[in-house]
Write a protein that binds this ligand. Sequence first.
Ligand SMILES: [Zn+2]
Length: 102
Amino acid sequence: MIRYSCDLCKRDLDREEDLRYVVKMEVYAAFDPASVGGEDDDRDHLEEIQDILERLDDSTDDQIGDDVYQQLRFDLCPECRKRFIKNPLGRETAKAFGFSSN
Ligand SMILES: [Zn+2]
């Protein structure tokens, strides 16, 4: 049987008693055609992105993928989900979550 634990507080999640929340994040390089030289024709950039996306499909090429595109997935317990929603990027208030200096 698969056991899940919260990725933030590490506590085990009981399948029957605890709700489990899944957080999925996508982090990818933003392409702004206007800032990449002054060509009127932005078809090249679209092709470039297509190229990258095609390469991403090819799972043997992980290294390039990490730079350009990363997908993260976390399991959270209900309490950590609340904290996460309030502060998704873990800014200053992170201390209040008890992450102090470990
Ligand atoms: Zn938790």
